[in-house]
Design a protein around this ligand. Structure first.
Ligand SMILES: O=C(O)CCC(=O)C(=O)O
Ligand SMILES: [Fe+2]
Length: 204
């Protein structure tokens, strides 16, 4: 259990903890972060093998972090890009906002996802890669179009729910969330660019 003080956040789930905080950077900083990350990153659309066939992923992404935060994914070893100043500014703001709510967190890497419009998406998964350890804390910052992150229980013993993620919001997925739930960014008829940054701590 983590000792959570509800300071300026909306609790979406108490156990395991899912909380949303709003106005992480404020304006104009948040708008500028969206614009710079969109323009200045080398956005990739890797191909993934699924049921023996290769498909380009339905979004773009960049993996970023400290040099020792290496990551294995689909059998390949990835080295992170070095921190972009907007990504490290967001990381520091996330750590500070969580600290103010009594949650101690430290992140050495981030997966940035770029969804050009409502048709771009991410399928059902848990952020449960072994390099994150048994009970990771994952913090997701949203910039741009507001879309829902859908959650469902792995054992189907509770109701699925949406976490709506407005521009400049932070969603904390606490210990146990990746073990007990899955999440997905489903396609929706919601136009507009959205960039998310999911901060993690890789145990090197
Ligand atoms: O775009 C989002 O908000 C979700 C991203 C996500 O689930 C991930 O990066 O693992
Ligand atoms: Fe995820």
């Amino acid at each position: 259990m983590i000792d959570y003080r509800p300071v300026g956040g909306a609790m979406l789930l108490a156990e395991p903890l899912v909380v949303r905080f709003d106005a992480l950077l404020g304006e104009p900083a948040a708008g500028r972060a969206l614009e710079r990350l969109d323009r200045e990153l080398d956005w990739q659309r890797p191909r993934l093998r699924l049921y023996g066939r290769e498909h380009p992923i339905p979004r773009r992404q960049v993996w970023m972090g400290d040099t020792e935060a290496r990551y294995r994914y689909s059998g390949s070893d990835f080295s992170p890009e070095t921190w972009h100043p907007e990504a490290s500014r967001l990381r520091d703001a996330v750590i500070a906002r969580l600290a103010a709510a009594g949650i101690r967190a430290d992140f050495n890497s981030v997966l940035l996802n770029r969804y050009a419009g409502g048709e771009e998406r991410m399928g059902w998964h848990g952020d449960d890669e072994p390099e994150l350890g048994p009970d990771p804390l994952v913090a997701a910052v949203s910039l741009g179009a507001e879309r829902p992150l859908r959650f469902r229980w792995k054992k189907r013993d509770g109701e699925a729910f949406n976490a709506w993620l407005p521009h400049d919001s932070l969603l904390l997925m606490g210990p146990g969330v990746q073990r007990r739930l899955q999440h997905a960014l489903l396609p929706r008829r919601i136009p507009g660019l959205r960039i998310s940054l999911t901060f993690r701590r890789i145990i090197p």
